[in-house]
Design a protein around this ligand. Sequence first.
Ligand code: PEP
Ligand code: MN
Length: 342
Amino acid sequence: MMPGVEPEHVEAVVARVEAVGGQAFVSRGVSRVIIGLIGDVETFATLDLAGMPGVAQVTRVSTEYKLVSREHRPERSVVRVRGVPIGPDTVTLIAGPCAVETPEQTLAAAQMAQAAGATMLRGGAFKPRTSPYAFQGLGEAGLRILADVRELTGLPIVTEVVSAHEVEMVAEYADMLQIGTRNMQNFALLQAIGETNVPVLLKRGMNATIQEWLMAAEYVAQRGNLEIVLCERGIRTFETATRNTLDVSAVPVVQQLSHLPVIIDPSHSGGRRELVLPLSRAGIVAGADGVIIDVHPQPETALCDGAQALVAKDLGVLAQSVTDLTAYMGRTPAKRRYRSAG
Ligand code: PEP
Ligand code: MN
């Protein structure tokens, strides 16, 4: 739409599209309004949308993913999680335990994260484990622990949800809903999360192409939730020296194709503590909008992924490096900003 378009002209376009059974998604950017249309292109061609008041241009988006594409929204997006930005001007440090185990362990990990300058807390209460005999997470009791720790530290929480019927319940506690690598193509889950207005952290499937990953994001966006952050967490390759191979090239590639922010998870990709620092550096210099790190007060006792968890000392070194490289990239560390009321 044209700069400074009148709201009624936007509404008129939406109404005309909906009248022929199409869907119209209105995205309001800082400088302009873009309306994404979904439906039959031939029918839309009969509507003379280009001739309507306020319309600047009608473009057919040729990529299969539309709402998450840069063709749809040229400027890169900022997703805010309780006032913490994730986007192109900042680098967001997220840290916390792989799994919520006890209130003490979660609080200790959160305090480590906060002392190092992290502005968001991660932690799983529902753990999708390869073995059914492995620790599966504390479930809702774990979410209550996370909420208590948020109360004490002020850190917004990102936590995984593994099934569509639990989305509503997890969303009552979480500030950001994580979709794990194994669920990237759980379409019912993607759609259920798309129905909420809670920000989403969508991890890349370990066997997924970038195209498939963006299509998964499109599932969420299509249901109305565009508050999506992508997370590159390593893919399966022939290499066995690491758990998975962090695909650093995914960061700039995704940023060319999509307006969505993209962060990296060096903990789950490398699978080993000593790889977390070099992979974090690589990701930030490649342009990642943030990093998400496993930390644990006593990794040797961790119920999940202890081998990749950083202790306080390592986290301090990592945080310093993140700060230095954030400046090198011309960005600022992401700090929580409260929006003024009203
Ligand atoms: C996690 O972040 O705790 C996790 C299980 O990650 P992934 O889905 O990437 O394996
Ligand atoms: Mn883990």
